[in-house]
Design a protein around this ligand. Structure first.
Ligand code: DX5
Ligand code: ZN
Length: 219
């Protein structure tokens, strides 16, 4: 099996040293840089937008994994692709036109991802999975870093894997929220681990934190 990808979420980075922290993550073994875009409408929090994605693009050599937590994502797809998103993921709950948005991301030359909140039925993915490069399973409620992993996510991940294996084996499964060296043992089978606070906020180096996640995942 291919080794799991680690996608550090810069939401937890030190924004006064963003470029430095992105480089450190990259040199420390990150596979993607995860960028959380929040609009204060789809989620209660406001984070960063297009200009920050552009800035990260200029320092990162690894692909950007942009996670849109915004209403009417279709309005901004072209902007985020232009800003440098390789994977562009929006939420199933954020638009009545998920199918159209997926096609649009593909046309724009990026890799489409669809994210599901913890309460959204996995069956939502059935019609769209064949067209996706990534399925993002939220393992906390979106909006904030540093929250607790929702235990029921393990069973959902198992079901999502079965769905993915049946409908589109090439689609990557990403888990996002509350992933720590302790909880990472509960998401075996995921292809991509997003981690914010457990990569950027602890006492050891970014490189050390990434390494610990990888090692514990394999346990
Ligand atoms: C939550 C975001 C996550 C968040 C993860 O809405 O989608 O990407 O940054 O942060 P941690 O790893 O601290 O839970
Ligand atoms: Zn995210």
């Amino acid at each position: 099996p291919t080794p799991v990808w680690i996608a550090p979420s810069v939401l937890a980075a030190d924004f006064t040293r963003l470029g430095e922290q992105v480089r450190e993550a990259q040199e420390g073994g990150a596979d993607l840089i995860h960028v959380d875009v929040m609009d204060g409408r789809f989620v209660p929090n406001i984070s960063m937008g297009i200009v920050v994605v552009e800035a990260i693009r200029r320092v990162a050599q690894i692909p950007l994994d942009v996670h849109l937590m915004i209403v009417e994502p279709e309005k901004y797809l072209a902007d985020f692709v232009q800003a440098g998103a390789t994977y562009l993921t929006f939420h199933a709950e954020a638009t009545p036109h998920a199918h159209r948005a997926v096609q649009r991301i593909r046309e724009l030359g990026a890799k489409p991802g669809l994210a599901l909140n913890p309460a959204t039925p996995l069956s939502f993915l059935e019609t769209l999975l064949p067209d996706l490069d990534l399925a993002l399973l939220m393992t906390v409620n979106p909006g904030f870093g540093g929250q607790k992993f929702i235990p029921g996510s393990t069973q959902r991940l198992r079901e999502l894997r079965a769905l993915r294996d049946r409908l589109n084996p090439a689609c990557l499964i990403e888990v996002d929220g509350g992933i720590t060296p302790q909880t990472v043992t509960q998401v075996s089978g995921a292809d991509i681990l997003v981690a914010g606070s457990s990569v950027f906020n602890l006492h050891s180096s970014i490189q050390e934190n990434i390494k610990t996640l990888r090692e514990n995942y394999a346990l």
